[in-house]
Design a protein around this ligand. Sequence first.
Ligand SMILES: Nc1ncnc2c1ncn2[C@@H]1O[C@H](COP(=O)(O)OP(=O)(O)OP(=O)(O)O)[C@@H](O)[C@H]1O
Ligand SMILES: [Mg+2]
Length: 238
Amino acid sequence: MSQLLNLRAVDVAYGKSQVLWDVALDMRKGEAGAILGRNGVGKTTLLKTIVGQLRLLKGQVFLNEIDVSRRQAHERARTGVGFVPQGRHVFPHLTVEENLNVGLSALSPRKGKHPKKIPPYIFDLFPKLRDISQRKAGVLSGGEQQQLAIGRALAGRPDLLILDEPTEGIQPNIVQQIERALSTIRSELGVGVLIVEQNLDFAWAFADHYFVMQRGRIVQQGRVAETSTADIAHLIQV
Ligand SMILES: Nc1ncnc2c1ncn2[C@@H]1O[C@H](COP(=O)(O)OP(=O)(O)OP(=O)(O)O)[C@@H](O)[C@H]1O
Ligand SMILES: [Mg+2]
């Protein structure tokens, strides 16, 4: 199976303070991964590095077997990566529909010609978004904003969808809905999913691989099917 995401010996710093050390990570097409770790270990930094919001001090990032190490975030989006940042960040003054249209800017000729229209499967995954399509995003509930942020990332038809703590501060019934949507995104759309998640049960519900971070390094990784959450809880809990 072909490669979706590969990191090689990645170091990243904010100014003089180095935050990621020698990070290597591999995912194949259509797989799901979960990055775990305590607060401040560098999980968000790692995701921002993959999507191109932070520059590498050293190492390489490959998306779809293309070296994107020196490409900017919008170019990487066109290479096939969609990002749902921590805290969601929808555009509050734009409507739901306008927010989804922003996501279309990541479309590229890479997958043949797609009309610059919101793909209908987004409304199949999150029917609520159709009902509230003319509402300003700023007035939506946290759960609705999260669905919108995922929908916007999917509008660019990514091969890899990256989400930073998608369940943070969201009520349980919406968490379940997001879990189902992510499973469908993988199984029916064939999109690879990489999440940062504190909720181990959520991660275990659909990930194939886990990666545990401590102090800017991946210190343990493995297959979810061969590991119980109890085995790694001590590496993650405070
Ligand atoms: N813009 C920044 N400038 C300087 N240091 C930063 C910046 N962003 C993060 N850091 C530092 O980098 C380290 C890793 O932060 P990061 O946000 O990646 O952690 P995290 O694992 O995502 O934490 P959390 O679970 O709280 O979201 C922390 O020590 C943090 O203080
Ligand atoms: Mg974070």
